[in-house]
Design a protein around this ligand. Structure first.
Ligand code: ADP
Length: 625
């Protein structure tokens, strides 16, 4: 479980590369539907193993009473043997019975253990798959919300133990009740007050453990946020991506001390709980000892009066331990089911998140010749502010459109709308004159390809890194080769196994690439998908200036039948665009060609001058140097 989590965490998000923190569910409400669904989940995971587990558990549960009874008969028989009571044959019969019970018990528990293990494994697989399937159907914005991301992590963490926990505890509860009833019936023979006293003696201990179980759990819930922060601090210290900055600025001690502060906070809370729990546990043990003493005195009084056999007394002593254990099992079973169900809510809550069906809508066919934004507005879910307002522009086949604006102006959001990762909350987007909303996002996305600033570095083979852009052509080596050539990623041929070379340092045998090499592969990915719309979302970080310039210019020359959308801070690239749109605070404030915008003398001209002056200065220094 742990290893699985760690493996998935970095893949699922760059936000938290380390293992997720421990945390408790958000609500203390248990729903009966969750109970039913959990049992259904367990049953469906493997009906055969679930049935075997239930059957063997219930059969095992009558063994303790049977063993006690045979033990009592054997003792009584031994006591009378000397006085000519029981024959050797009778003793052997009883012994045989006792051995038989032990063998049956061993067999049942072996089968039960095996069924449980296989059931747990099937269940873990089934639940993990549901979570991953769910995650792959979630809209992109779900991953950008901390709550959803928490939910995903929590759900994933509970996969291993919780559903099986509920099932095991439910079966355990039923078994404990059967055992309790059967052993209780045997004890009831020893006097009417004995059983109630013994039952009562078991209660305080269970009450205490339950009370502090719930309390520990509330404590975890309170700590969720802090644990996340602490985990993040730890992950900064162990991150390969951040180690350079951390070392250079030398803020390890700062991170460590903050990390430790969180720990000390948790520690104080834990110490408080442990102190109080110890006090209560001791008090409960005292109370229990008194009641057991009283019950024993009653039994001994009866023995003194000659009303008990040795077997009866042994039955009392052993039965007492059984009853105490089983009462604990019953009550702990109830609270365990309750607690596990609380955790299951995390899982169900996650599985119930609204998914976005990327395939719903008409199937988009053929290339995109024009994109038109009509008065488009957008507000992120659960926020109060429109990040895009009244955005209108049109771009056609053969044109390159550049988006310019300061950080936070809304450029990336606009690209997310264009690529149908998000849907506009106002206005509409027309593709070839038709409302994009009519078409399934997935079919429209097939006509789009992009390179994002934080492009993926997939820890897979070089070929896969390119071909994931169109998995239907995974084996199209010539196609992959072409994309690699166009992207200037010739280094791939020098890798030990060419396209088959595993990349990255996450797994054994992986070849680590330089930042620039990863960039070229991301570019090859962009080319590999024969799309009619190409999006470059701030390739500044992804591509060096030369590569960016070459790429855009090559695109302009070669691909007259495509639409190129580009976000860049480099005016050397931006000026190549046929049309430049300036975004400020979510609105378009200027638009036109480079020449037009310069002539306008507005914001664009200002920003351009600023950068041009910087370049000129650089050039001058170079010339002087
Ligand atoms: P740009 O790409 O121009 O830097 P963005 O499109 O990333 O700008 O962001 C535009 C605005 O939307 C910013 O104010 C940003 O804080 C906000 N924003 C971006 N992503 C989210 C999100 N997932 N949830 C809420 N607000 C967001």
């Amino acid at each position: 479980m742990e290893s699985e989590r760690c493996r998935l965490a970095p893949v699922m998000s760059s936000r938290s590369p380390g293992p997720p923190p421990s945390s408790a569910p958000a609500s203390l409400q248990v729903r009966t539907a969750d109970f039913r669904n959990t049992l259904a989940l367990v049953w469906q995971a493997s009906p055969r193993h679930a049935a075997t587990f239930v059957l063997t558990s219930l059969l095992s549960s009558i063994l303790p009473a049977a063993t006690l009874w045979v033990g009592k008969l054997l003792l009584d028989a031994v006591a009378h043997a000397g006085a000519g009571g029981a024959s050797y044959t009778r003793l052997l019969q009883l012994l045989g019975l006792q051995v038989g019970l032990t063998v049956v018990g061993g067999l049942l528990s072996t089968v039960q253990g095996a069924a449980r293990e296989l059931l747990g494994d099937a269940l873990q697989h089934r639940t993990s798959r549901s979570i991953l399937e769910k995650a792959s159907g979630l809209p992109v914005e779900a991953f950008e919300r901390a709550e959803t991301y928490d939910q995903l992590q929590q759900a994933y963490r509970e996969v291993g133990s919780r559903p099986l926990g509920v099932a095991t505890q439910l079966v355990g509860l039923a078994s404990a009740l059967v055992t309790l009833a059967s052993v209780g019936a045997l004890l009831a023979r020893l006097g009417w007050a004995v059983l109630p006293l013994v039952l009562l003696a078991a209660l305080p201990g269970v009450w205490v453990s339950n009370k502090f179980g719930v309390e520990g759990y509330r404590m975890l819930r309170r700590q969720t946020h802090d644990a996340r922060v602490q985990n993040y601090l730890g992950s900064v210290l162990t991150s390969d991506a951040l180690v350079k900055e951390v070392r250079l600025f030398g803020f390890e001690p700062y991170l460590l001390s903050r990390w430790r502060e969180y720990y000390l906070g948790f520690r104080r809370q834990l110490e408080d709980v442990v102190r109080r729990r110890s006090g209560w546990t001791f008090a409960a043990a005292l109370f229990s000892a008194l009641l057991v003493g009283l019950a024993s005195a009653l039994v001994l009084r009866r023995a003194a009066g000659g009303g008990l056999t040795v077997g009866d007394f042994s039955l009392f002593v052993l039965g007492l331990a059984q009853v105490q254990g089983q009462v604990g099992n019953v009550l702990n079973g109830v609270s365990g089911i309750y607690q596990n169900l609380l955790y299951m809510r995390n899982l169900f809550g996650f599985l119930e998140l609204p998914a976005r069906d990327l395939n719903s809508g008409e199937e988009w066919q053929g290339p995109i010749h024009s994109i038109e934004f009509q008065d488009v507005g957008f507000r992120y879910p659960l926020t109060e502010r429109d990040v895009l307002r009244g955005v209108s522009f049109r771009v056609e086949r053969g044109q390159a459109l550049a988006l310019v604006g300061e950080n936070g102006a809304g450029k990336t959001t606009l690209v997310k709308l264009l690529t149908r990762l998000f849907e506009p909350t106002g206005g509409r987007i027309l593709l070839n004159g038709q409302d994009a909303a009519l078409f399934s996002p997935r079919s429209v996305q097939r006509e789009m390809s992009s390179i994002f600033q934080d492009f993926g570095q997939y820890q897979m083979s070089a070929g896969e890194n390119v071909a994931v852009a169109q998995t239907g052509r995974m084996d199209d080596e010539p196609g992959i080769g072409q994309a690699v050539d166009r992207a200037g990623a010739a280094f791939v041929e020098t890798l030990p196994e060419g396209l088959q070379t595993p990349l990255g340092r996450l797994f054994q045998g992986g070849q680590q690439l330089s930042g620039g090499q990863w960039q070229r592969l991301a570019l090859a990915r962009l080319y590999f998908r024969g799309a009619s719309v190409l999006v470059f979302d701030e390739p500044t970080a992804a591509l060096d200036a030369r590569a960016e310039f070459d790429t855009i210019e090559a695109l302009r020359r070669e691909t007259r039948d495509r639409i190129t959308v580009l976000i860049s801070h480099r005016f050397s690239t931006v000026r190549l665009a046929d049309r430049i749109v300036v975004l400020e605070g979510g609105k378009i404030t200027e638009s036109g060609t480079h020449g037009e915008l310069l002539a306008l003398g507005g914001r664009y001209a200002q920003l351009y001058e600023l950068q041009a002056r910087g370049y000129a200065e650089e050039e001058r220094q170079k010339a002087e140097g």
